[in-house]
Design a protein around this ligand. Structure first.
Ligand code: 6R9
Length: 664
């Protein structure tokens, strides 16, 4: 127990958070002492960012062939970093720790959904990676070949990524929660030669067949030669039958490993060799195949992990609750932590199974010191109530992080108070699949934080704000860009250089990266991400952010979650429509509508009052937890629903459409 039941009575907590909403700036908690020095980095990066990155590349990474060229900017936006250097990413994540005598250190404490526990050491992971790398080779996979990975959160997913990196193959991980149709599409467009998947996957006490679903969708994909199947649930999990296997094409993961040579030396790879493709959860219909390369990407993940999570690999236990199928999982479950020799928790299951306290139970059990999650998850926890975290001892935590969307101050404060016990700094990390690594974030122990702001750029990065016409802004609201190349930037969109240039480097020219977010820069140089450019609402010529209005709405004690979109309006250009989920099963009525409108008016101003409020039992979210406002706009404006297959629960939309129609 971190606090007494008295202080946690819902009313008292609510009142306390309400009081704290008035606090603008939180200084680094007094009890938090930063371990890794950062001042020298800040100074060096400000003086010469390219030289700074070159120094970090030499200091943090192990090179087979040292680079002599740091940055090639002859043909922007096609930048190259460390191009004549060679290294292997799996050797940087595994061999060098084992060689240094840390083979027995746990890389992953794996926690299975039904209570299983497994400790995977660096030596274990290296052994598994080498065998799998040889197994892949035996199936004809070599440098530059694309390997699809469609696995749940099991340790094999890390081995699969590292095995690809070991032999220079390019991985294309598809989030385990996606439908088989999405897997097929991603295998097809990336010409994947091999797919590594699983027989079945568990979720909240049920098992879903995966291999048979993949088979049903895969058809005859010309490029796909083999499917490797991890037997995770076995015949018992699949109603008595093992997963179907097609002779000549399919091979069991265990058989492949058993037959493989245990030794597979890591292949020195050119720094600019492609490392992975990751299809982004962008808002357009066609997914973007974001391509990252070896040296620059690893440097970005390794350096930022160190700077932001301030980890002591020998004593800390780190847990990122994301899925490995997202960039957060790539950079901050696999590559960043492993390159730094960290010990992580990897959890297979959902946050609400078997009960709402499972996360906090795991934090207590493993004495997790650093926890990294998403605002949407925090809001879910708020909805479930503080009694669940309060059941467990969370005193091991020293640092908390968030990623994925702007965090509303109420969720920030709840996280700070209920989970962090007011002693843990919160790092609100802003970045994207495209940036490969965190770009804007507080430096824990150094940066004073303001709830809702990702604060300032990390050393070596140059995000900036410009007007619609590209004029630099030192304060105010504008469009977020990055003015200088950085090592872990995407290199292109897979096989689509044209779309790469068009999407990111056409609006302000080939040397200015267009982020796609709007932001506000305050007088202290703090960045406040407003949201995607298309999430900005213009009411009567006043700019409002959906996030800002949402934040105001969810600050109301009756509200669990809200999503705000714009609807075309004759009078005001755009009008605000709010989809609102009430907490604790409350029913929305006219009085609540009036109350909420008043509440928003009091917080932002009358013009921010939602024109319509629609009560929603649930909101449409992608599997990574992002609210799909595009779909909400469609419902609000009475358009036919577009593609809903990427939603976690496609049924949510039909229910909402009915509600809106009823409301008229
Ligand atoms: C890492 C990740 C990127 C978009 C990005 C922005 C939003 C991410 C944020 C944030 C405000 C933060 N975003 N982190 N907005 N504050 N701390 O999420 O990558 O899935 O590519 O999404 O997410 O809009 O442009 P990705």
């Amino acid at each position: 127990m971190t606090t007494t039941d008295e202080t946690r009575s819902p009313g008292a907590l609510e009142a306390e958070l309400e009081r704290m909403l008035a606090v603008e700036t939180f200084d680094p908690p007094a009890g938090f002492t930063r371990r890794g020095p950062i001042d020298a980095d800040v100074a060096a990066a400000a003086a010469d960012p390219v030289a700074f990155w070159a120094d970090k590349a030499r200091e943090l990474l192990t090179w087979d062939k040292p680079f002599t060229k740091v940055l090639n900017e002859e043909n922007p936006p096609f930048y190259k970093w460390f191009e004549d250097g060679e290294l292997n990413l799996s050797a940087n994540c595994l061999d060098r720790h084992v060689d240094a005598g840390n083979g027995d250190r746990v890389a992953f404490h794996w926690a299975g959904e039904e209570g299983e526990r497994l400790a995977v050491t660096y030596a274990d992971l290296l052994a598994e990676t080498q065998r799998l790398a040889n197994g892949l080779r035996s199936l004809g996979v070599g440098r530059g070949d694309v390997v699809g990975i469609f696995l749940p959160m099991i340790p094999q997913v890390a081995a699969a990524m590292l095995a690809c990196a070991r032999i220079g193959a390019v991985h294309n991980v598809v989030f385990g929660g996606f439908a088989a149709t999405a897997v097929k599409e991603r295998m097809e467009v990336s010409d994947a030669k091999v797919l590594i998947t699983v027989d079945g996957a568990r979720r909240k006490g049920r098992t879903a067949p995966v291999k048979s679903a993949v088979d049903a969708e895969m058809g005859e994909l010309a490029s796909l030669e083999h499917i490797i199947v991890v037997e995770a649930v076995g015949a018992a999990g699949l109603g008595g039958q093992r997963a179907p296997m097609k002779a000549g094409r399919d091979v069991w993961y265990a058989d492949l490993l058993a037959a493989a040579d245990p030794v597979c030396p890591a292949e020195p790879m050119p720094a600019e060799a492609p490392l992975f493709i990751l299809y982004s959860s962008g808002s357009t219909a066609k997914p973007k195949g974001i391509l990252h390369t070896t040296g620059g990407y690893l440097l970005g993940a390794t350096y930022t992990y160190r700077a932001v999570f301030d980890l002591d690999p020998a004593t800390d236990v780190y847990w990122c609750s994301a899925d490995v199928g997202w960039i957060t999982g790539h950079s901050y479950i696999v590559y960043g932590p492993l390159a730094n020799g960290a010990t992580s928790v990897m959890y297979e299951g959902a946050p609400d199974y078997p009960d709402y306290d499972v996360w906090w139970k795991l934090i207590d059990e493993y004495k997790v010191t650093v926890f990294y999650t998403a605002p949407t998850a925090i809001r879910a926890c708020i909805k479930w109530g503080a009694e669940y975290p309060d059941r467990h001892d969370l005193s091991s935590l020293r640092l908390l992080g968030t990623v994925g969307e702007p965090i509303n101050p109420k969720a920030w404060l709840w996280y700070h108070k209920v989970i962090g016990g007011e002693r843990c700094p919160i790092v609100d990390t802003w970045w994207q699949t495209e940036t490969g690594a965190i770009m804007i974030s507080p430096i824990p122990g150094v940066t004073s934080t303001k709830p809702g702001s990702a604060t300032r750029p990390l050393p070596g990065y140059s995000p900036a704000l410009v007007t619609e016409d590209g004029q630099p802004l030192s304060e105010g609201v504008g469009v977020l860009v990055v003015t200088k190349p950085w090592p872990s930037m995407l290199r292109t969109l897979y096989k689509d250089d044209e779309r790469f240039v068009e999407t990111y480097f056409s609006r302000f020219g080939p040397t200015t990266y267009l982020v796609g977010d709007a932001a506000r820069l305050d007088a202290d140089g703090y960045f406040w991400i407003i949201g995607r450019i298309d999430d900005v609402i213009n009411v009567s010529g006043h700019r409002l952010s959906t996030a800002e209005v949402e934040s105001a709405i969810v600050a109301h004690e009756a509200v669990a979650e809200a999503a705000v979109v714009a609807q075309a309006d004759e009078q005001t250009g755009q009008a605000i429509v709010a989809f609102v989920t009430l907490s604790g099963g409350r029913i929305g009525d006219d009085a609540t509508v009036a109350e909420l409108r008043e509440h928003v008016a009091a917080r932002i101003g009358k013009l921010a009052r939602p024109k319509r409020i629609i009560w929603a039992d649930d909101l449409p979210k992608t599997r990574s937890g992002k609210i799909m406002r595009r779909l909400l706009r469609d419902v609000a404006e009475g358009r036919a629903l577009g593609d809903v297959t990427t939603l976690r629960d496609p049924a949510v939309m039909a229910a909402l459409a009915t509600k809106v129609a009823e409301a008229g």
